[in-house]
Design a protein around this ligand. Structure first.
Ligand SMILES: *[C@@H]1O[C@H](CO)[C@@H](O)[C@H](O)[C@H]1NC(C)=O
Ligand SMILES: *[C@@H]1O[C@H](CO)[C@@H](O)[C@H](O)[C@H]1NC(C)=O
Ligand SMILES: *[C@@H]1O[C@H](CO)[C@@H](O)[C@H](O)[C@H]1NC(C)=O
Length: 459
């Protein structure tokens, strides 16, 4: 069989050479229909008014949730000593549902969620929600107000940002900027209407958010995001460099051919040749990385392929919805949480309060948006994974990265530089995971301030 091996190796060499020859070619930016219509039916004249509202679910809706939570639970006991390794377990879910029913006070939480004003405005047929947190300069001297578009992810929402916002809108020691923050909801998430038509994906949302910022009077602004927020911010910075002052991300995914090849080759070469020594543990050993990805990414495959099926199951019961979302809060804040009997969710030191996690679940529940939220996976990952990706289009605006040690998706700086040509800051953080804004608001805010101060000094 020696000849077969030679043919295979020969083919691989040809393939790699071909790939390498294509790597440095910059593909053109995609062109989008500038005025699509995502609402049901035919396009209509757009109402461009901006309308203030309070979050205020009716007594009927709140009572309905309580009644559903009071139904007998149909939980299957967990396997002995399995902890969270088979997913969320019955004991933990039971405890949380009792807390939700008896201790969690929606009215009080709703008041908190109305700390910042909420608005809706119609773009491309869709009602787009955003929350606005205004800069408070006060008596501070020499502080510049800069606009920031702050973008959430899945299974998050604008609820992610209540702890970080005060650190962005108020003057901070050592920083000469404060932020005027716009937190939109991705269409299909929370109060932002989902598309009624197929094809609303990662590029379409970028165009909607650009239109939103322009409507609010911001021609240029900073971008910050994790999870989907990271992809959307990265796409906006790539498509609209002239509107972007800088982009700051706390989840990093760059999948160019060169990056994939270097990741694999780097595993066989001494540390420092392709991937810096201090960055080795971000991706190596690849067997750990890939087994973690396989273990933790089943939800994405499901949501990318059958979003309406899982959506129907989750939207029928607040307990099911909570089980599905809480498991992500457990495993994405720390890899080892799945070896804790309660996934760490009920422990004193868990970095996010149960109330904040339930606020987020309540937003999905009351707005009935879990199905439209998971459909976004289908548009991004299923149909358009490769054809609509901007990974091979360089991003030339100033970029900053806050790298949290428990983040599920990250990369070494020299691989990130394959897409981001102007990395201004790239800082390893001492602690924290995927939900950085909720878990470590002070670290994330400080990193963002530092990045923007550096960019502002240079301009
Ligand atoms: C919510 O709606 C009720 C009934 O319409 C009203 O009395 C109450 O003031 C509203 N609360 C908020 C925060 O808007
Ligand atoms: C940004 O502005 C420059 C100068 O006006 C222009 O040449 C360039 O095409 C613009 N880039 C994009 C992506 O719109
Ligand atoms: C489950 O948790 C117990 C107690 O913390 C621990 O001793 C055990 O090793 C864990 N098992 C798994 C499979 O995570």
């Amino acid at each position: 069989m020696g000849w077969l091996n030679k043919v295979v190796v020969g083919l691989m060499v040809v393939l790699i050479a071909y790939k390498l020859s294509k790597m440095n070619k910059e593909p053109p930016l995609p062109t989008l229909d500038p005025n699509p219509w995502w609402a049901p039916g035919e396009p209509q004249q757009e109402d461009v008014s901006i309308n203030r509202f309070n979050i205020n679910f009716s007594k009927k809706e709140v009572d309905d949730l309580k009644a559903r939570l009071a139904l007998p639970l149909r939980l299957t006991p967990g396997l002995e000593d399995a902890n969270f390794t088979y997913g969320i377990n019955a004991d933990t879910l039971h405890t949380i549902v009792q807390y939700w029913r008896k201790k969690y006070d929606w009215n009080k939480r709703q008041t908190r969620l109305n700390t910042y004003p909420h608005f809706k405005t119609r773009i491309e047929g869709l009602d787009i929600h955003f929350m606005r947190a205004s800069a408070k300069v006060g008596s501070a001297k020499n502080v510049k107000v800069v606009p920031l578009l702050l973008i959430h992810g899945w299974p998050g929402s604008f609820v992610e940002f209540y702890d970080i916002l005060p650190l962005l809108t108020n003057p901070q020691e050592g920083s000469s900027v404060v932020f005027e923050v716009i937190c939109p909801s991705i269409p299909g998430y929370g109060f932002s209407q989902g598309s009624s038509k197929q094809g609303f994906g990662q590029l379409e949302v970028a165009q909607v958010f650009l239109k939103l910022m322009k409507r609010l009077g911001y021609k240029q602004f900073y971008l910050q995001g994790g999870d989907w927020g990271s992809l959307i911010a990265s796409n906006m910075a790539t498509m609209y460099p002239n509107n972007t002052l800088g982009v700051h991300l706390n989840m990093i995914s760059v999948r160019t051919n060169a990056v994939s090849l270097k990741m694999i080759l780097g595993a066989y070469l001494p540390a420092g040749v392709l991937v810096a020594k201090e960055d080795q543990d971000k991706i190596y050993p690849l067997s750990n990385l890939y087994s973690m990805i396989l273990r933790e990414s089943g939800y994405a495959h499901l949501q990318a392929t059958k979003p309406d099926t899982i959506g129907a199951a989750l939207n029928q019961s607040p307990v099911s919805l909570a089980a599905y979302i809480l498991e992500k809060f457990s495993s994405w804040t720390h890899r080892d949480n799945l070896h804790q009997p309660d996934g760490s969710l009920l422990q004193q030191h868990f970095p996010i309060s149960l109330d904040a996690m339930l606020d987020n679940i309540c937003i999905y529940w009351f707005t009935s948006s879990i199905t439209t939220s998971v459909r976004f996976y289908s548009e991004v990952m299923n149909k358009n994974m490769f054809t609509r990706s901007l990974d091979n289009n360089p991003c030339r605006v100033p970029a900053g990265f806050a790298v949290f040690p428990q983040e599920i998706m990250t990369l070494p700086k020299n691989l990130v530089s394959h897409k981001f040509y102007n990395i201004v800051s790239f800082n390893d953080q001492p602690a924290g995971g995927h939900f950085a804004a909720m878990e470590r608001p002070a670290l994330l805010a400080a990193d963002l301030h530092q990045f923007v101060n550096t960019v502002e000094k240079g301009t």
